[in-house]
Design a protein around this ligand. Structure first.
Ligand code: C2O
Ligand code: CU
Ligand code: CU
Length: 468
């Protein structure tokens, strides 16, 4: 049985899990530790035509959740205070941190009520592009805006002239900027419910300036609850340098057409090096293929006289210290992701459930975060090498995410995979992918589809890594 966290056990826990009382506490001094204060609040914003959208959720009053930057191997205190009436928790997607800081309700912490605070003591052995989002009342809070980029800097500056984070996500709004239903049963049972307004950093096809002939690092994060982006950059010199936070051992050409697009499912990231054109005023378009016609996500315009940089100035980013699994001794565990509309309704306690069951792992829909006594889908010994066979027997795509570790997708029955590390693998329809990793981070780690409607209607569970 998992260590099911109730308010009482939470209050008894040590260290960074000190829960606030119902009144805001005096901030503890952060003198020795880098950090940030995060208040989860409601927000308003104009996406288009001067129409105001109310009822967004962010950590700034009238802007998207900001990019958070921390340094590799240095403690970083993220003090999160919940100013909403609903419960919440914050999760740091992709960070290999101690289990108690992972922000998963009931599994690693008790949900935060109104005006309660949780000090997340973040730490990352890995540099790269990660992101943060709530893990409680997720369908609403993420759809209403609470998704932000988290950057862990390399020890040494990798030599770009500038950097542009691109937080890609949709909102479901009508022509007046009012909310449509955030999800639909029809969508939840299929590929998910798509937004109507595609945004980049909460803007519609924003324009960025960058030095002519300079090297720009794009940090792209797909934080939408549903959409799989199909990225391409026409007529540009551009290389993919990292996927899902982790550097590629060799740079890969960035696709330039929709037929060769880079797929980025919900939760996935890509770091892309772009060489800006030499002539002032020339433009580069970051595109996604979309039903109908390709959509402009962002544009970059060359400025000033050429800095005459070259992509060959770049070498691969330094590898992150992820232990290499031993495939000859690895234990194989199989998981099947499928359709199970007959299950009981999930119960997520204070964290909000959708009133449907559609999906399952190993034919069992997740009972819900708040249900006690639900065992792990698999238990691994510490430092054991593991292969998890992920089999999608449904006609939909599922970005499958595992907390707490980085893993290598090692083979697929449908395509050739580049050598890389990830935390979220896009399992295409009827695809089987084997992933391998060393179970080196003890704790109970959430394992779920990152199409939030799938997660919330059954496609979720957890795995356990034992302490000794
Ligand atoms: Cu990005 Cu379990 O989450
Ligand atoms: Cu995660
Ligand atoms: Cu899914």
């Amino acid at each position: 049985m998992r260590k099911h966290i109730t308010r009482r056990t939470a209050l008894g826990m040590m260290g960074g899990t000190a829960l606030a009382a119902t009144l805001p506490l005096a901030r503890r001094s952060l003198a020795s530790t880098a950090g940030t204060e995060i208040d989860v609040i409601s927000a308003r914003y104009s996406f288009f035509d001067g129409k105001i959208t109310e009822g967004l959720i962010s950590t700034l009053p009238d802007a998207p959740p900001p990019v958070i930057r921390m340094k590799r191997n240095e403690p970083f205190m993220a003090s999160v205070t919940n100013r909403l009436e609903h419960f919440t928790t914050m999760h740091w997607h992709g960070l290999r941190l101690p289990n108690a800081m992972d922000g998963v309700p009931y599994l690693t912490q008790f949900p935060l009520g109104q005006d309660e605070r949780f000090d997340y003591e973040l730490f990352s052995p890995d540099a790269g592009t990660f992101w943060y989002h709530p893990h409680c009342v997720t369908m609403e809070q993420m759809a209403l805006g609470l998704t932000g980029i988290l950057i862990v800097e390399e020890d040494e500056d990798p030599g770009f002239d500038s950097e542009i984070p691109l937080n890609l996500r949709d909102f479901r709004l009508d022509g007046e900027g009012r909310w449509l239903d955030l999800w639909t049963a029809r969508g939840a049972a299929r590929g998910g419910t798509f937004g109507t307004v595609m945004t980049t950093n909460w803007q519609l096809s924003p324009d960025y300036q960058a030095g002519a002939g300079s090297l720009v690092r794009l940090r792209v994060a797909a934080t939408d609850t549903t959409r799989i982006y199909k990225l391409f950059i026409p007529n540009a010199q551009a290389k993919i340098i990292a996927l899902d936070g982790h550097p590629l051992p060799e740079l890969i050409d960035m696709p330039s057409t929709e037929d060769t697009a880079l797929f980025l499912g919900p939760g996935q990231r890509a770091d892309i090096a772009v060489l800006m054109p030499d002539t002032e005023g020339q433009q580069i378009n970051v595109m996604t293929d979309a039903p109908g016609e390709p959509h402009l996500l962002a544009r970059m315009t060359s400025q000033g006289s050429s800095m005459t940089r070259s992509l060959s100035d770049l070498s691969p980013l330094p590898a992150n210290p992820v232990p290499e699994p031993d495939l000859t001794s690895a234990r194989l565990e199989e998981f099947v992701f499928g359709w199970s509309p007959e299950g009981d309704l999930p119960n997520n306690g204070l964290c909000g459930s959708l009133p449907y069951t559609f999906w399952s792992i190993n034919r069992t829909p997740w009972a819900g975060d708040a249900v006690e006594g639900v065992g792990p889908l698999a238990t691994f010994k510490r430092n054991e090498s593991v292969v998890m066979r992920l089999r999608n027997e449904s006609p939909n795509d599922h970005p499958i995410h595992l907390h707490g570790v980085a893993f290598r997708p090692i083979r697929s029955n449908k395509r050739t995979l580049p050598p890389y590390w990830t935390d979220t693998v896009l399992l295409q329809r009827e695809e089987t992918i084997d992933i391998a990793f060393v179970a080196d981070n003890p704790g109970d780690w959430a394992f779920h589809c990152h199409v939030i409607e799938h997660q919330k209607t059954g496609l979720a569970g957890y795995i356990r890594i034992l302490d000794s």
